[in-house]
Design a protein. Structure first.
Length: 337
């Protein structure tokens, strides 16, 4: 490979030494990683890069032209609304990987999570719950990969921040002789910028890809300190509030949930333990009432999902008003747990 084509081994971007302000800058083409990756790895200094999702879709289309096995990685706390949409882009064999099990309460059974997805569809070859952080089920995952792979290449895809690069690094560490290779990982969106091939052994090459950016996730609208606060590092301690009609919950200054109609109801928050929550008994409180409002009618056992923050399990049926900036996506689903 000549220097003009040298790519960063951390994020896949084309290296260049001409323009400090552009992606892929490095002080010397002798280096293996770009300056952005260098800073993230060594100083935890993050630099946001705006990615456009057309590239992601192009990469997926490219994956779809192969018959290779695909690992679709998702973050259990921030499961996307449209997981099943992946089928519209690719017809490959897919293993659905539910990552970050460590941040959900231990009481939540893995079988329950798996059956949630099995009920709704059948096209995934396998659904595996893992925690890269805790090295949980990684051996099992590799075994299934070996069973299902159709060639040496296996693609790792999914939304940004799901933990794709972290997973590949774990596989390098656990199973590869070439343990010096390391992909860049970060709590910011769009860490990986282009595809990166990692040969684990003679029979397996993993291909890391940049994730689809959730443009309407809260993570895009907070500063780095708050980003750390909203991304749980430890097991979430669910917080339950009993609400009567007319009462409200406010999470930091992000979201207000008003309980408008229904019998006494239970709201359980699955969000980072570091976030402040207030409950208002008096309907006269106006906190966050100036934000745009969405009304949801909820059935028994429904989750309100707030993209980037987590979800709220609501037990009884009723009506809620959600006040949140329009740019942040919320939706309801039948309860995950
Ligand atoms: N708690 C927990 N955090 C995890 C786990 N796996 C990854 N993370 C964290 O999730 C964040 C995102 O990880 P990355 O590996 O950079 O995610 P990615 O999917 O490669 O993201 P892009 O490259 O932006 O598409 C990092 O802060 C990781 O430390 C896990 O099993 N548990
Ligand atoms: Mg990545």
């Amino acid at each position: 490979m000549n220097n003009e084509e040298k790519r960063c081994t951390g994020c896949g971007v084309l290296l260049q030494e001409d323009n400090m302000l552009q992606e892929g800058y490095t002080t010397s083409l002798e280096n293996d990683i770009c300056q952005r990756c260098f800073r993230m790895k060594n100083y935890g200094e993050y630099q946001v890069v705006a990615k456009n999702n057309e590239e992601y879709l192009d990469i997926l289309k490219g994956v779809g032209k192969t018959k290779d096995l695909v690992l679709y990685v998702t973050d259990l706390l921030n499961l996307e609304e449209d997981i099943l949409k992946i089928r519209e882009y690719i017809s490959n064999k897919i293993i659905l990987i539910l990552n970050k099990k460590d941040i959900l309460p231990k009481s939540i059974k893995e079988e329950k999570l798996i059956s949630y997805f099995k009920e709704n569809n059948t096209f995934f070859e396998e659904i595996i719950v893992i925690s890269v952080e805790k090295n949980y089920n990684i051996d099992y995952l590799l075994k299934e990969v070996k069973k299902l792979q159709t060639s040496k290449n296996v693609y790792v895809v999914g939304h940004t921040n799901a933990g794709k690069s972290t997973l590949i690094n774990k596989l390098i560490k656990n199973y590869s002789e070439n343990t010096t290779r390391e992909l860049t990982m970060s709590p910011l969106p769009s860490t990986t910028l282009a595809t990166v091939q990692i040969e684990i052994n003679d029979h397996l090459t993993l291909i890391d890809t940049p994730g689809l950016v959730d443009t309407d996730s809260l993570i895009n609208f907070v500063d780095q300190d708050m980003l750390k606060k909203i991304s749980p590092k430890k097991e979430i301690k669910p917080r339950t509030y009993q609400l009567r009609k007319g009462q409200s919950i406010v999470i930091e200054d992000f979201v207000r949930i008003d309980y408008k109609e229904g019998e006494k109801n239970s709201f359980t928050l699955f969000i980072s333990n570091d976030l402040k929550v207030k409950r208002f008994i008096n309907p006269k409180h106006i906190d966050l009432k100036d934000k745009p409002k969405t009304t949801y009618e909820v059935k028994y056992d429904t989750d309100l999902v707030i993209n980037g923050l987590g979800f709220v399990k609501i037990v009884n049926k009723g009506v809620i008003d959600v006040y949140i900036d329009r740019t942040i996506h919320t939706f309801i689903r039948s309860s995950l747990i």
